[in-house]
Every structure is written in structure tokens, then in C-alpha cells.
Design a protein around this ligand. Sequence first.
Ligand SMILES: [Zn+2]
Length: 282
Amino acid sequence: MNPLRTRHLALMLIILAVLAVVAGSVTHDAPYTPPPDGGFSHRTDQNGSIPGITVKNGERRTHTEPPLILVHDVTPYYFDDLREIVAVLDEYNYSDRTVLFVIPVFDPDHYGNEWSLKNHPDFVGYLRELQLRGYRVELHGYGHTYHEFNCSYETAKEKLDNATALMSSLGFDNLTLFLPPAWALNNESLKAILKHNLTIVTTDWLIFPNGTQRRIWNREYTWYIERNEVEDRLSVALHDYRKAMEQGTPFYLSIHPGVINYGGGLDFLREFLDTVCCQEKS
Ligand SMILES: [Zn+2]
């Protein structure tokens, strides 16, 4: 082997070694990414409480159920926006296909306890009323501060203890789902959430308390869209929905109060529900 080639080889080995060390230290704190083989190969039938999903022995099958709507950031801070969203969902009797992901104490770093559910009995009453009408109330962090659940096991545990205790004191027991703020998680917080017997909702997976996973399609199409963008976003969403149905993957539509209320967002929601609900009937 010529000496130049040997030197190249040696250099490459050194680079590879350095990369391996860097990768090792990065993945230690990296956000949790479930392995690609999860979902279908595992039994998930012990988790019958997941809304809209009836899974038997993890089998793959064509999925014909209408989409679930996941409303993020449910807090009195967005009370008026939430009412507008609910009005659209009610037009399509969509309460039992909608999950409200509640923030118990919205952004205490900025607002202290101002937006704690405890200080807004009118909003809590509204949530109860929605729950009675079929809407499902679940957990979306504790304070929803920046990447709140990219934290240690102990911090995550403490936040979850506080969150579930506060929700329970207001009559919201039996929480089963957890949607991490900004999708931020790591392996430590993930363990704490599952230990709390909560199923984690990510953009591509449901992760059940026993560690098994199920593939889902969970996307948001209404991030501050203008009125003239509705048709484009709608065609993308419906294309995704049909593809997910063909693959037997449950389809979740994520929406944000305050965001979907802008521009053409609620028109999108109305037209989307109009299409999927009419498809159901025919
Ligand atoms: Zn959020």
C-alpha cells in the first residue's frame, strides 16, 4: 500500500473514532426517538383506553375510523379561541373524536399563577361541560415552559405529580394520555411519564406505559395559514389522511388555539371535517 493511502486510512480511522465518541455523548441527551420497528409487532391490546383506537394483538389492518382531533394548549389563556374551535367541532358532532390537552398552570415563568386552572373556575366549568358532552380531557405538560420535558427523571416526576394532583383536585381523574409540550422529551423524562401510567403521544408514535408503541400519523396543517392557503393545506391533509387509512395508521389532526383561529385556519378545519364526515356517511 502506498504511504499516502496508509496515511489517509489512518486519518479516516481517527475521524471515525472521534465521531463515535461525539455521537455517544450527544445521544446521551438526545430527544427520544423510538426504534423504527415499533408499533405493529407488539401487543397493545391492554391499552384499550386510547381514544378511537381498537387494536387487537397489534395486528395491522385497514383503518376506517375518522381522524382524531388533538387540541393542544388548552388553558384559560386561550378561552375565547377554544370556544371558537369547539363551535366548529360541534357543527360536526365531533366531541367524542376530540382530545383536549390541558396545561394546568400556563407559563408560570412569565405569569406566575395567573393562568393556573385553580384561578379560573369558569374555564374549569367549561371543561367539565365539554367533558360531559364527550370531549376528552388529557394532559399537556405542567407549565408548558420551553421544552419543559427535556429534563431529568426527578424533575419530570415532580412536574407530573403536581400536574396530576392539580387536575385531580379539579375533578379530572383518570388521565391516560400525555402530549409533551413542543414534542420535547428525553429518555429520562420518557421513563417518568410512562411510570405515571400515561401513554405518550408524539408525531409518529403512541408509546404505551409498558413501553410498546403504535405507529400513528399526527400532523398540524394550520400554522398561521392565510385564507388563500386553505385549499392547498386541505389537499395535503386529505392526501395524508387517505394514505394513512390505506396503511391502517390512525390519523390525528393536531391544532393550536390562537394559531388555528388566525386567517384561514378555522375554514380549513370546517372543510376538513366536512370532507371526512361526509366520507363516513357515504
Ligand atoms: Zn403546546
